[in-house]
Design a protein around this ligand. Structure first.
Ligand SMILES: [Fe+2]
Length: 222
């Protein structure tokens, strides 16, 4: 009996090691973002939706030329990817980014450089929020809203459908995202039902500005 259990554990470990794409641990507890995002939504979102994208991505690339590619390499070939690879690669990347730019910490700060760039481009942080909210509310159906850095190193706002993102070679507005907000109803329906605007307002209260700033700097110094 014990031997069977050991074998099962070893098999599970070998499967997880061999998988190309791995879901990182959530950087906070499921209930850490209460009352902005409720615990049940976080648990379902991370352990079912995001985990599902990772599993389906690994299944979709298995035995194909895509198996050894990074997410960024896959996105550079977006227009030629099978739908299963594209959607699940996007789903994995987008959610990993989303968790990283959320935090229960209240003392995170925009860097001076990012604040300067935001002010020059949008007229300040409040204007950026308003513009992103407007973009998010005009996204019909499921998708994401982005603050990204264009190839010309300019800050830009966009939204994408489904699990697309600005790194994909065939989207209209291309660049490197530094902040992305999930607009799928699975991200907010339990607490906010159809009130996407209320969900967006809540998300602004839990943004990890340190992480957004770090992402901005890493693009700018490239
Ligand atoms: Fe999601």
């Amino acid at each position: 009996m014990l031997q069977n259990k050991i074998l099962i554990v070893m098999l599970a470990m070998s499967l997880s090691v061999s998988a190309q794409f791995v879901q990182k641990p959530l950087p906070f507890a499921y209930n850490a973002l209460e009352p902005f995002i409720d615990s049940q939504t976080m648990e379902i979102h991370y352990s079912r939706h995001h985990a599902g994208y990772v599993k389906n991505l690994n299944d979709a690339v298995k035995g194909t030329a895509y198996e050894k590619m990074t997410l960024e390499q896959l996105f550079s070939k977006a227009s030629t990817l099978p739908a299963g690879v594209r959607n699940n690669a996007g789903g994995h990347y987008n959610h990993e980014m989303f968790w990283s730019i959320l935090t229960p910490e209240k003392n995170t700060k925009l860097s001076a450089e990012l604040l300067k760039a935001l002010t020059a481009t949008f007229g300040g942080l409040e204007n950026l929020k308003q513009k992103l909210n407007k973009e998010a509310l005009s996204r019909f159906g499921s998708g994401w809203v982005w603050l990204y850095v264009s190839d010309k190193k300019q800050l830009e706002i966009s939204s994408t459908a489904n699990q697309d993102n600005p790194l994909m070679a065939d989207v209209q507005q291309k660049g490197t995202p530094i902040l992305g907000i999930d607009l799928w109803e699975h991200a907010y329906y339990l607490k906010y039902q159809n009130k996407r605007a209320d969900y967006l307002e809540a998300v602004w209260g839990i943004i990890n500005w340190n992480e957004v700033s770090d992402r901005y700097h890493s693009v700018i110094i490239k």
